[in-house]
Design a protein around this ligand. Structure first.
Ligand SMILES: Cc1cc2nc3c(=O)[nH]c(=O)nc-3n(C[C@H](O)[C@H](O)[C@H](O)COP(=O)(O)OP(=O)(O)OC[C@H]3O[C@@H](n4cnc5c(N)ncnc54)[C@H](O)[C@@H]3O)c2cc1C
Length: 501
């Protein structure tokens, strides 16, 4: 390493001048190439820093990967499939990702929620159309959702980030009044089975009992994003988001090395800042010896959430849903009534495996012909299970699909499954099958992974955490990486962090 003092001037962005810093191999190293690792690397590279992105696997992407898991020609999203959070991400929308091949497809309906009577509630782009299908709950739906939809563009940077004084305090407070209520309480606005079930299906994305206080916010956020921009499917699979992020990062001069699983700080080239797109458990193994006793104690007590059991199918026809609304939606929530979904989510949180679980299903090939050979189809689904579960839930999930789509099982050509341990082997960030990088409850919402002035800064100088184990948590939005990189820019490089407004 050359050990001389140099002044590096910023070549892009604000044109300001960095602190005088010793020369290192890189200005910054980012470990892990999930959407948050990429977001962090891009924010730093956009400022003209010399950035290296390291990835354990042979390809980049983290939760953004697509592969032929079943049969040749059937392309399955290994992890994330549906991307309202990527499309609505305040950071990703500033990036020219279409120029790097990203194309979103919007199904006619964002999501459908079938019931045993053969009908289905639907989340459509139009708030009015969604409400009008909810019978006597039409006005209640408009009253609950329209303020969130109206205010969301202002609220997004405040809600999707660390706890700070909000840019729009009144709107933030109004959102908090509704959003911090448990879904079971907020659903009291509705009387019909359809509206209550639709709301429960949205809230269950939080992967925890619907009586927990963050579940209402998750439902409102997903529904508002559906009404504002929709729930898109990336053409070619979620891998195409990773490919576009990679293309843009490299166009800025960023460097990437794959097949490097970082186990210790000693493996890293010298850098002023290292940002880890990993969860606290891995961070402790890699850098625990550099942390203060209190920070280590906090990370050791970080809580992971329930896991998921996932199935991908190759099908010889579309899924024959009874409710025709399901055939026009990219995402289907299977679980029936609010009461049934609440019971299933409660069971997995208690360490049990529900017999009729809430199943999240995506049918990408109906809208994206690149996913399967002509005339054939793919489907993707998972249900929630206790953290670390190895129980095979395939037939239980297939029974739930068959319940709302009789004849489904006869369409299956091949299948591929992941239990929670196999998911963690695929991606070490999915601890015990937890896909959100840690429980998203009220105590870990804004303070994940530890209660600190900045959740992104570790107790060791120059080391940061940028994964979904930081605010705002799980999902493909890149906002964890964005905020972590902004913190490193101001702490380490003395650059003014010009946050998105
Ligand atoms: C089955 C499933 C379905 C999902 N569905 C959706 C969905 O539809 N929509 C949505 O928005 N989100 C979904 N998610 C969640 C989403 O994928 C994650 O929240 C998101 O990918 C988290 O991003 P991240 O950058 O924090 O971490 P990750 O995407 O997990 O990326 C971490 C990366 O770091 C690498 N890494 C880890 N440790 C090391 C190390 N020591 N050295 C080097 N590299 C390392 C990993 O290999 C990985 O590539 C789903 C997840 C799963 C598993």
């Amino acid at each position: 390493m050359v050990n001389v003092l140099v002044t590096l001037s910023i070549t892009k962005g604000v044109g300001s001048v960095m602190k005088n810093l010793e020369k290192r191999d890189y200005d910054a190293v980012v470990v892990g190439s999930g959407p948050n690792g990429f977001a962090a690397a891009i924010v730093l590279q956009q400022k003209g820093l010399k950035v290296l992105l390291l990835e354990a696997k042979a390809t980049v992407g983290g939760g953004l990967r697509t592969a032929e898991l079943t049969l040749p020609g059937f392309r399955h999203d290994i992890c994330s499939a549906i991307h309202p959070l990527a499309l609505g991400s305040p950071f990703f929308k500033t990036l020219p990702l279409e120029e790097f091949g990203l194309q979103y497809i919007l199904p006619a309906a964002d999501a459908a929620h079938p019931f045993d009577n053969g009908r289905a509630a639907v989340l459509k782009r139009s708030l009015g159309e969604t409400a009008s299908r909810l019978g006597t709950d039409e006005q209640a739906y408009i009253k609950l959702l329209s303020p969130v939809v109206k205010n969301w563009p202002d609220l997004a940077p405040d809600v999707l980030g660390p706890l700070k004084f909000p840019e729009h305090p009144f709107k933030f407070a109004c959102f908090g009044l509704s959003g911090l209520q448990p879904a079971t309480l907020l659903a009291r606005h509705f009387k019909t089975t359809e509206a209550r079930g639709l709301f429960a299906g949205m809230a269950a994305h939080a992967i925890q009992p619907l009586s927990n206080s963050t579940t209402g916010a998750v439902a409102l956020l997903l529904m508002a994003n559906g009404h504002l921009k929709g729930w898109p499917i990336p053409k070619g699979g979620s891998q195409s988001i990773a490919d576009a992020l990679l293309g843009y990062f490299q166009s800025l001069g960023g460097e990437v090395q794959t097949n490097i699983s970082v186990k210790s700080l000693g493996q890293l080239p010298s850098a002023h800042a290292v940002l880890f797109d990993v969860t606290p458990q891995q961070l402790l193994q890699i850098a625990g010896h550099r942390f203060s006793a209190i920070y280590k104690w906090q990370l050791e007590r970080y809580r992971y959430g329930d896991g998921v059991f996932k199935v991908d199918w190759a099908l010889d026809d579309p899924i024959p849903f009874t409710a025709h609304e399901c055939r026009e939606a990219g995402t289907i929530h299977l679980g029936g009534t609010l009461e049934e979904i609440a019971k299933a989510e409660q069971a997995s949180a208690r360490g049990q495996h529900p017999h009729k679980p809430y199943v999240l299903l995506a049918q990408q090939s109906l809208f994206d012909s690149t996913r399967a050979p002509i005339g054939k189809h793919t489907a993707w689904a998972y249900c929630h299970v206790p953290n670390g579960s190895v129980k095979d839930m395939t037939s239980i999930i297939e029974n739930q699909v068959e319940r709302f789509a009789p004849g489904f099982k006869e369409r299956i050509l091949a299948k591929h499954t992941f239990n929670t341990q196999q998911l963690q082997q695929h991606n070490p960030n999915y601890i015990g099958g937890d896909i959100n990088g840690g429980r998203l409850n009220i105590t870990q919402l804004f303070t994940r992974p530890a209660l600190r002035w900045s959740p992104y800064r570790t107790s060791a100088k120059g080391l940061y955490i940028c994964s979904s184990s930081t605010p705002p948590g799980g999902g493909v939005h890149g906002m964890c990486g964005y905020y972590a990189a902004k913190k490193a820019l101001s702490d380490v490089f003395g650059l003014k962090a010009d946050y998105l407004k």
